[in-house]
Design a protein around this ligand. Structure first.
Ligand SMILES: Cc1ncc(C[n+]2csc(CCOP(=O)(O)OP(=O)(O)O)c2C)c(N)n1
Ligand SMILES: [Mg+2]
Length: 545
């Protein structure tokens, strides 16, 4: 009989995950989860996993999400029972909608203590509803024969399920683990175990093909998570590519940067088909195009973001698309020419004294959002990572960012303004693990409210964590100025609008940075921004507009 059946089970579960190659573990402290914490600590000590610790489970959730986004590997999260579990919910929802693999290990009371008012006990089974691929409610280990093997099997099942090996979507899974006292022991040492595991196999779903008429003027729309396939398809058939900044497809000769404006032009009237990759949610013009009954819609299946069919009338859902007949390569030329002309027109407007393209709030001397986007794109190279916050900056990037093969992320599963600081940190941590000290920069381009929503995620473990090159570029326009485009901005009294929607804040970001041990730099022009983007360490960069 083991000294603590809880410890024996936790040690085998975590050792099996580590043996299967899962490396990224995230832990918030608690009593009921102590056996998991001890096992994770032992594996980390032996160099078999990387363990990151946070106090706040909400922050921990997004940190794990960022790490899984950058690495493509499942992140393991360990929490105690009660509200600790509920705090994972925002990140779990985002992971569900964006197809990010997370393995949640939530500690719980044994079944005899549930429903009787025991401390820190709620119904954790099904707490995430259909946002998890699976919730396995695991009874408290008793030390019976076969429990160690069962723990290893559960670990393999969780990996397979989070990565969609059953042919389904990638996403979060929950193992709700009941533990009975004694809750822990220092043996067995998880790092010394060598559990027998059968690595799960990926069950490839059947590939569905569709063939369409090549003569129909077609455009390719690449939303969040579209990836390189969208570029390949567009280039194969000479189709213009409308790629959002976090699509992973905004590069190559077919990208039409000014697509938003051009969708209002006469050229757009000739579009006969739209092929959709990923989840395009940034512009109303795209949704309008997809809803246009004269436009045939083809939706490419996506293992992360699911199938995006706002039209509800897609002619095809498929994995592979090819065309019959000759595609018309002139079609692409028309779009490229229109895009070049548009860029020239806009440049003429912005370089003259016209204020049409300047931000209404920006003074003569201050930076414009366009200049910020362009400077960030220039500074970002293949070894760097960029995270775009929800709200205005991702839309500005969609308007101005040139085609460039760089890694750009954004939480577009649910487009929340929450968890962005933690997501950026998770991206940087994963990159550091993979690349070591030679890592590039991870930058997040975010609004002021987006920063403040996740201010608690500025906290980090100064002893246990590597030095990261992590920059938060905060566009401080004193509130949520995206709402200025909403109708109430015109219909309400200005003070009422400000209080209900814009919610100005007066937080001193220098003090905030100081409190959490971040460097702070305020920049006022392109040169200043370029200089600070070359500096290493954790830096909060404020741009006041
Ligand atoms: C968690 C969450 N709460 C509320 C919203 C609604 N929302 C969208 S944008 C926004 C304001 C963001 O302000 P800021 O970060 O300063 O960006 P700005 O629009 O000023 O560029 C809010 C509250 C959201 N997307 N997510
Ligand atoms: Mg703002």
């Amino acid at each position: 009989m083991p000294e603590s059946p809880a410890q024996q089970f936790a040690a085998h579960l975590l050792a099996a995950l580590a043996k299967a190659g899962v490396r990224n573990f995230f832990l918030a402290p608690g009593a009921r989860s102590q056996s998991l914490a001890i096992a994770a600590g032992q594996l980390a000590e032996a160099g078999k996993i990387d363990l990151v610790i946070r106090i706040d489970e909400r922050s921990l959730g997004f940190l794990a999400l960022g790490s899984a986004l950058a690495s493509g590997e499942p992140s393991v999260l360990i929490t105690t029972s009660g509200t600790a579990v509920a705090n994972l919910h925002p990140a779990v929802l985002e992971a569900n909608h964006a197809g990010v693999p997370l393995i949640l290990l939530t500690a719980d009371r044994p079944h005899e203590l549930r429903g009787v008012g025991a401390n820190q006990t709620t119904n954790q089974v099904g707490i995430f509803a259909d946002a998890v691929r699976e919730c396995v409610d695991v009874a408290a280990p008793s030390g019976a024969d076969g429990e160690a093997e069962y723990a290893a099997e559960l670990a393999m099942h969780a990996i397979a399920s989070s990565l969609g090996f059953d042919g389904g979507q990638v996403g979060p899974v929950q193992l709700n683990l009941a533990f009975r006292e004694p809750l822990s022991a220092v043996t067995p040492n998880a790092a010394q175990l060598d559990p027998v595991i059968a690595l799960p196999m990926r069950n490839e779903p059947q590939v569905e093909f569709a063939v369409v008429d090549g003569a129909v003027p077609t455009v390719v729309i690449a939303g969040a998570g579209a990836g390189e396939d969208a570029v390949e398809l567009a280039e194969s058939f000479g189709w213009p590519l409308f790629a959002e900044p976090s699509s992973g497809s905004r590069f190559g000769a077919n990208v039409i940067v000014g697509y938003r404006a051009l969708l209002e032009s006469e050229l757009a009237e000739h579009i006969g088909r739209a092929v959709v990759f990923g989840k395009p949610t940034l512009s109303r013009a795209i949704v309008g195009l997809l809803k246009n009954p004269d436009v045939e819609v083809v939706v490419m299946k996506n293992r992360n973001y699911g199938f995006f069919d706002v039209s509800r009338r897609a002619a095809h859902f498929c994995d592979e698309l090819s065309v019959s007949g000759e595609p018309d390569f002139e079609w692409l030329e028309h779009w490229r020419e229109a895009d070049r002309n548009l860029a020239t027109e806009v440049d003429a407007l912005t370089s003259s004294d016209s204020v049409a393209y300047r931000d209404s709030s920006a003074g003569e001397e201050s930076l414009t959002r366009r200049e910020i986007v362009e400077a960030v794109w220039r500074a970002t190279n293949e070894s760097d990572q960029l995270l775009l916050g929800a709200s205005r900056m991702i839309r500005e990037a969609d308007r101005w960012a040139p085609a460039k093969p760089i890694r750009v992320f954004s939480n577009r599963g649910l487009a929340g303004i929450d968890g962005t600081v933690a997501t950026a940190t998770g991206l940087a941590l994963a990159e550091h693990r993979i690349e070591g000290e030679s890592t590039g920069f991870t930058r997040a381009l975010i609004g002021d409210l987006t920063l403040l929503h996740d201010a608690g995620s500025l906290a980090f473990d100064r002893v246990g964590e590597p030095r990261l090159n992590l920059q938060l570029i905060v566009i401080n326009d004193n509130g949520g100025t995206i709402f200025e485009a909403l109708e109430p901005a015109q219909t309400l009294e200005p003070q009422v609008f400000e209080r209900l929607f814009k919610t100005p804040q007066n937080v001193d970001l220098w003090s905030l940075a100081q409190a959490y041990g971040w460097e702070y730099v305020q920049v006022e022009n392109v040169g200043g921004l370029e200089t600070v983007m070359g500096a290493s360490g954790r830096i909060l960069i404020e741009i006041k507009l």
